[in-house]
Design a protein around this ligand. Structure first.
Ligand code: HEC
Ligand code: HEC
Ligand code: HEC
Ligand code: HEC
Ligand code: HEC
Length: 347
C-alpha cells in the first residue's frame, strides 16, 4: 500500500470551506453558530474539535506514543537530567501545542508547558495544518466518503515526520544528529513511505491507523529482523541479522536504542555485543564513533568461544533495549527503560 497525496493549489476556487462550529458546546441552550476557522481556536480547543468529529481516530491516537510524548515517565525523567537552559528544546518537540499556546500570550514563561498542552503531546495539529480558507479538502479515495466541513487538513508527508524524527543535538561543543530516521529511510530508496508502514489500516477500519506502533510493540520490532544462528565450528557461534519489512536502521529513533546480541555458556558466563550508535567523549565534545545497527544489509556477529567449551551446548538470544542513559565507556552497565525479546535458541 502506498499513500499518495497531491497538493490542492491554494488558489482553488469553489465554495469557501469554512467550518460551521457551534461555539460553547451542545448543551448550551442558545447555540451560536459562527463561522470560525479551526486554526483560529486556541490549540487545546482546536484539538478537542478534531477529537469530537474524528472519534475513532482520536481513540487510536489516545494512548499512542505521540499522545504520550510529553507525559511519559521516560521523557519526564530524561528532561530532569537536562540543564534548565536545554529543556525548552526538548519540550518544544515533545509538547508542540505548548509552543502554539505561548504564541500571542503575554511574555514570560517561555518554557512553560500547561497541563493541558502536555497531556496532548504530539496532537492532531502537530501533524495536520489547516490550509487557507477555500482550499477544499479532497474527497478521500480511502472510502471515508463524506466531504470535510473544513479546509484541507493534509500533512507534509514524510518531510512532516522528518521535522521531529530527524534533528541535531544542540550542544555547544558536540554536533551530531540526535535522530536521523528520515535520512536512514531515504537511503533505502524504497517505494514505502513512513505512513504506509506505520499507519496501516486495521482490518474493518476504513482509515489509516493512528496508533503508530514502535519500539514498545515487541512483535512489531521482531518483524523487522530475520535471524539465523549457526555454530560452524565447535568454538564459534555466528548470528546473522537481516533486515526485513523496514527501510530505516533497526533500531531507529532515540540515540540510545540498541540490540543486545548474547551467548550464554554452560558455566553461566555471558558474551555480549551491542548493535547501536556508539559514542565517545573527546576534548572536542561527545561524538559518534561507530554505528553498527542493522541497516540495508545483513549484519553478522561472531562469538569465538573460550577453550574447553566445545563439547557443551550454548544458548543465544537477541533482545531490543530502550536505554535510559549510559556511560559510553561502559555500555554493558546501561540503565534500561525497557526491553523485549526478539529471538533465542540453543546450539
Ligand atoms: C465538524 C466536524 C469536524 C471537525 C471539527 C474536524 N473534522 Fe476533519 N473531517 C470531518 C469530516 C466529516 C471529514 C470527511 C471525511 C470523514 O468522513 O472522516 C473530515 C476530513 C478530514 C481529513 C481528510 C481530508 C483532508 O482535509 O485531508 C483530515 C486529515 C481531517 N479531517 C483532520 C481534521 C483535524 C486535524 C481536525 C482538527 C483541527 C478536524 N479534522 C476537525 C469533520 C470534522
Ligand atoms: C511534532 C513532532 C512529531 C511529528 C510531526 C511526528 N512525530 Fe512521531 N514521535 C514524536 C515523538 C516526540 C515521539 C516519542 C513518543 C514516545 O514514545 O515517547 C514519536 C514517536 C513515534 C513513533 C514510535 C511510537 C512508539 O510508541 O514507540 C513512531 C512509529 C512515529 N513517531 C512515527 C511518526 C511518523 C510516521 C510521522 C509522520 C507521519 C511522525 N511520527 C510525526 C514526534 C513527532
Ligand atoms: C504523527 C502525525 C499525525 C498525528 C499526531 C495525527 N495524524 Fe491524522 N494523519 C497523519 C497522516 C500522515 C495521515 C495520512 C495521509 C495524509 O493525510 O497525509 C493522516 C490521516 C488522517 C485523516 C484521514 C484519514 C484517512 O484514512 O483518509 C484524518 C481524518 C486524520 N488524520 C485526523 C487526525 C486526528 C483527528 C488526529 C488527532 C486525534 C490526528 N489525525 C493526528 C498524521 C497524523
Ligand atoms: C517498510 C516499513 C517501514 C517504513 C517505510 C518506516 N518504518 Fe519505522 N519502523 C518499522 C518497523 C518494522 C519498526 C520496528 C523496528 C525498529 O525499531 O526499527 C519501526 C520502528 C520505528 C520507530 C520506533 C523506534 C523505537 O525504537 O521506538 C520510529 C520512531 C519509526 N519507525 C519512525 C519512522 C519514520 C519517521 C519513517 C519514515 C521516515 C519510518 N519509520 C519508515 C517499519 C517501517
Ligand atoms: C525535534 C524533535 C525532538 C527534540 C528536540 C527532542 N526529542 Fe526526544 N524524541 C523525539 C522523537 C521523534 C522520539 C521518538 C523516537 C523513538 O521512539 O525512538 C523521541 C524520544 C525520546 C525519548 C524516548 C521516549 C520513550 O518512549 O521511551 C526520550 C526519553 C526523549 N526523547 C527525551 C528527549 C530530551 C530529554 C530532549 C531534549 C534534550 C529531547 N528528547 C528532544 C523527538 C525529539
Amino acid at each position: 500500500m502506498r499513500i499518495k497525496r497531491s497538493w490542492v493549489p491554494l488558489s482553488a476556487g469553489g465554495v469557501a470551506a469554512v467550518v460551521l462550529l457551534v461555539l460553547g458546546g451542545a448543551n448550551q441552550r442558545v447555540s451560536r453558530a459562527a463561522q470560525v476557522r479551526l486554526s483560529d481556536l486556541p490549540p487545546v480547543a482546536q484539538n478537542q474539535r478534531c477529537e469530537e468529529c474524528h472519534a475513532e481516530i482520536a481513540r487510536e491516537w489516545r494512548g499512542s506514543g505521540h499522545q504520550l510524548a510529553f507525559s511519559r515517565r521516560e521523557f519526564q525523567h530524561a528532561l530532569l537530567r537536562e540543564p534548565r537552559s536545554a529543556q525548552a528544546f526538548c519540550t518544544d518537540c515533545h509538547a508542540p501545542e505548548s509552543v502554539r499556546e505561548r504564541q500571542g500570550s503575554a511574555p514570560g514563561g517561555e518554557t512553560m508547558v500547561s497541563a493541558a498542552a502536555g497531556e496532548l503531546g504530539v496532537a492532531c495539529t502537530g501533524c495536520h495544518t489547516e490550509r487557507a480558507p477555500g482550499t477544499a479538502a479532497e474527497s478521500r479515495s480511502s472510502g471515508l466518503g463524506r466531504t470535510a466541513p473544513h479546509a484541507f487538513m493534509g500533512t507534509d508527508g514524510e518531510a512532516g515526520c522528518g521535522r521531529c524524527h530527524e534533528f541535531e543535538f544542540q550542544g555547544k561543543r558536540s554536533h551530531f544528529p540526535m535522530q536521523r530516521t528520515l535520512s536512514e529511510h531515504r537511503a533505502a530508496s524504497s517505494d514505502s513511505t513512513c505512513a504506509s508502514c506505520h499507519m496501516q489500516r486495521s482490518s474493518g477500519s476504513k482509515h489509516f491507523s493512528h496508533r503508530f506502533a514502535g519500539g514498545r510493540d515487541a512483535r512489531y520490532v521482531a518483524s523487522a529482523l530475520k535471524i539465523s544462528a549457526t555454530r560452524p565450528t565447535p568454538r564459534l557461534v555466528r548470528i546473522e541479522l537481516a533486515p526485513q519489512n523496514v527501510t530505516h536502521a533497526v533500531p531507529t529513533g532515540d540515540l540510545f536504542r540498541r540490540l543486545n546480541v548474547s551467548v550464554k555458556l554452560a558455566d553461566g558466563s555471558e558474551l555480549h555485543r551491542f548493535l547501536a550508535r556508539h559514542f565517545e567523549d573527546t576534548p572536542q565534545g561527545r561524538r559518534e564513533a561507530k554505528d553498527d545497527r542493522v541497516h540495508l544489509v545483513p549484519r553478522i556477529v561472531e562469538f569465538p568461544l573460550p577453550p574447553g567449551t566445545q563439547a557443551a551446548k550454548v544458548t543465544w538470544r537477541v533482545t531490543y533495549e530502550r536505554v535510559a542513559h549510559l556511560d559510553p565507556q561502559r555500555e554493558d552497565e546501561a540503565t534500561l527503560d525497557g526491553w523485549s525479546l526478539i529471538e533465542s535458541g540453543e546450539l
